[in-house]
Design a protein around this ligand. Structure first.
Ligand code: NCD
Length: 312
């Protein structure tokens, strides 16, 4: 196996990973997906994953747990701060220090931007950022890029629409950073009040072709290879009335598919509210459940590579 650059490493931002490193992860993911259950369970034997979730999670937490279990490790963690000493007032730093004592690798989701970096500086063991405020969610982008590559056979040359809450959605920042390694054409669609934070894409925008819209023109819709839909991030709005103004702005349904390429991939990090109609769930275009399944595979590969120098 080529040198494993993931060994012992934090995953705080997808910007810390080169294109070669990302592609190494994708091919390692392909490889372990074909292993037998027994072979796979050798990869992470004896490894304990410690997770701390200060915000709700279904897919990220469950896929990390399923992933570590599938490679033979086990997990401990705080799924709800109310059930831990956080409720008694224990600080983030003490919580991290303690979980670091009991774990070989840590996963943290926290409402503050910068929380992932903070944890990585405190912890002796590698830290994986599972969502830091509206800043980043790097493993989501890893599974998103992997999904695009699996569904389309390539990433270069694609035209990708990203639609919804581009201001607060952390998944789209990590996705845009990850896509900046490729030759892609990005169309951003959001209400003007939820457009992308320019200061956060400073430095990558010159590597990407990006155009912004408040409504998706039909002549553009018909050229998109991927439509990546996001939830309006209600919990991040300082003013709930502002949320009320923009909720339910976009819905992807059969009429959207009728105007799109026949093989367009509809992606979503989930959870969805009303931005994708359930009526398209059984179409081949609906990629979001396959995407969620890929989350377990990418995270299993990532955990194996982080905790094992030569997991071949
Ligand atoms: C996302 C998140 O937490 O940022 N969820 C996820 O991890 N799949 C997206 C969201 O909550 O809208």
């Amino acid at each position: 196996m080529a040198t494993n650059h993931y060994y012992g490493r934090d995953v705080v931002s997808i910007r810390d990973f080169t294109k070669d490193e990302l592609e190494f992860l994708f091919s390692f993911t392909d490889r372990i997906s074909t292993l037998s259950r027994i072979e796979r369970s050798e990869l992470g034997k004896g490894i304990t994953l410690g997770s701390i979730y200060y915000e709700p999670s279904t897919r990220t937490r469950m896929s990390f747990e399923a992933a570590i279990t599938s490679i033979g490790g086990s997990s401990i963690g705080i799924a709800d701060p109310k059930s831990s000493s956080i409720e008694k007032g224990e600080s983030l730093s003490d919580t991290i220090r303690i979980m670091d004592l009991y774990s070989d690798v840590l996963v943290l989701r926290h409402p503050l931007d910068g929380s992932g970096r903070f944890a990585s500086e405190l912890s002796r063991h590698p830290v994986i950022n599972a969502g830091s405020g509206s800043e980043e969610h790097p493993t989501q982008a890893m599974l998103d890029l992997y999904t695009i590559y699996k569904e389309k056979g390539r990433i270069d040359g694609l035209r990708i629409g990203i639609i919804g809450d581009l201001k607060y959605g952390r998944t789209i920042y990590s996705l845009v950073y990850g896509l900046s390694n490729y030759d892609v054409d990005i169309r951003l669609i959001s209400p003007p009040t939820l457009s992308i934070r320019k200061e956060s894409i400073y430095g990558v925008e010159n590597k990407l072709k990006i155009q912004e819209y408040s409504n998706l023109p039909e002549d553009i819709l018909s050229t998109l290879d991927v439509i990546y839909v996001t939830r309006i991030q209600k919990e991040r709005f300082p003013d709930i009335q502002e949320y009320e103004k923009v909720k339910g702005t976009y819905t992807i349904d059969q009429s959207t598919l009728d105007k799109s390429k026949t093989d367009v991939s509809i992606m979503h990090p989930l959870p969805r509210l009303d931005e994708i109609s359930h009526s398209i769930d059984n179409t081949t275009n609906a990629t979001y459940f396959r995407q969620a399944a890929n989350g377990k595979e990418i995270r299993a590969a990532l955990l194996a590579l982080i905790t094992n120098e030569d997991p071949a």
